[in-house]
Design a protein around this ligand. Sequence first.
Ligand SMILES: [Zn+2]
Length: 272
Amino acid sequence: MKEIRVDCPGGHGKMVLRRAKKRMTFRGVKIIVPIEQYICTVCGVEAGTINQAARIQETIADAYRKAVNLLTGEEIIEKRKRLNLTQEALAKRMNVGIASIKRWEGGTIQSKSMDHTLRIALGGQNAGGSCTGNRAFSIPRIKLVIKEFEVVLGKHLLKKNDKMLFAAKYLWYADMVAHRERGESMTGSTYASLPYGPQLNNYKDLIEDIIKADESKADPLSREEKRIITRIAMEFPEERKVYEAAHKEKIWKRQVNGAIIPYTDSAELIGV
Ligand SMILES: [Zn+2]
């Protein structure tokens, strides 16, 4: 930090810049935060600068992230740059908005599950593929695949205030089977292992956009893709069945809560 002249408000002249480590408790975790402040050597009064005040939140967040083993803002930036990814490209890789990337690179603390997704997305060139099944994420395509299921099943899967409990299971099978058989998912979606089965990662942020999406903007389904969807629908004509089958899949079971289910596990699917 560039040193500037700060005078003691008590009239003792120039204060000196001191770098110190401050112990504090943040979110119940003891952390040590490096701080820089000006101190008067005569009366001991301390003062920060506006610049320091703006950075302190970030510094605390990073000390906390380090303590609980989450990627710090600096680490996210560094890993992203090493892969030559823009914030936008990383957001796309993770199925999140660019605003989330900006926040995490600043002072906002990511959840454990988002940290896991970050680590996968930042893990290397192929890591993104294992997250998205070698396909660019497309919300209109999610809508298109769900619509196709609705036609074959003869029922609605997407409802208002949907938690995607069933739609996500059909989608997951469609993406996983397509990856297993064609080396490419159908929608580029990332799935998390949740207590109630595989779920579209970040579905709460996506659901409104999926419902509103215009499926005519998506790449049309190929014949093989339609065939896969029909096969899955025939296997699970009732929503309860797809739900139960997903819960028997070991590729879901072996992931801890919130972890991403990699597409590289698709060969071990047993339901379809
Ligand atoms: Zn003073």
